[in-house]
Design a protein around this ligand. Sequence first.
Ligand SMILES: Nc1ncnc2c1ncn2[C@@H]1O[C@H](COP(=O)(O)OP(=O)(O)OP(=O)(O)O)[C@@H](O)[C@H]1O
Length: 240
Amino acid sequence: MNEIVASDLAIGYDKSSPLLRNLDFKLTNGVYVLLGANGSGKSTLLKTIAGLLPPLQGEIYVNGFKPYLLKRKEAAKLIGYVWQNPFHGFVEPNVEREILFISRQTGVEVNRKLIHKLVPLELFDRSPFTLSGGEAKRVSLASVISLDQPIWLLDEPFNELDFSGVKIFTDIINYARARGKIVVITTHYPSLADLVNPDYYLLINRSRGTLVIDKWSNLSDEELVGNEVIPRVLKSELTG
Ligand SMILES: Nc1ncnc2c1ncn2[C@@H]1O[C@H](COP(=O)(O)OP(=O)(O)OP(=O)(O)O)[C@@H](O)[C@H]1O
């Protein structure tokens, strides 16, 4: 059983004004979608779970480990964190080397099926820095999740994906669910997130600096709109 446990957790960059505080939750195997306004702290929460940021207060555990105390290679074996902007993560001169970079660093064998689902072979010799936005997203997803870690944190994975990219991604999330992973996905598009049948939604309440964890059907349109999440009745909200 995989688990992410937060206990009286406060996160952010400034102890005197945390973005989120008093977080107490336990996530177990399943698919979670993290929603919230621009700048509310979604990426910051993922970075804290990934161990890139220490808690400001309280504690975070990933499968019993404090992630911010793990060596980067150990953290990379446990947690696959895909950055929001793929170009921020690229370090290699060609796509093939880029995809295998974390595997080389950690010594973990990659799951080639996941790589080939996401990235067409004809991209392998290209510089990652010359890729289109969608191609770059596919490469950055492949470069991280091909390690098949038990925990995947995916920051805005739907951005830039075309229809076939969304279908492939949906298949990969079904695979992750069947393998008992914990997958946390951020998005501003709940209608796309719905395609992966999330178990729970994590909604950031920015004014209170807290996190609501619930089923989609229990989140009211008022609560969604109040936190800048695109609601169910989109047209009337945008034109009314
Ligand atoms: N390194 C940093 N130092 C100080 N403040 C930061 C740093 N990184 C992010 N922030 C601020 O923290 C807040 C939360 O940022 P974060 O990226 O977590 O938001 P988000 O919910 O992911 O937003 P978006 O929907 O726009 O991607 C923002 O106000 C941002 O400017």
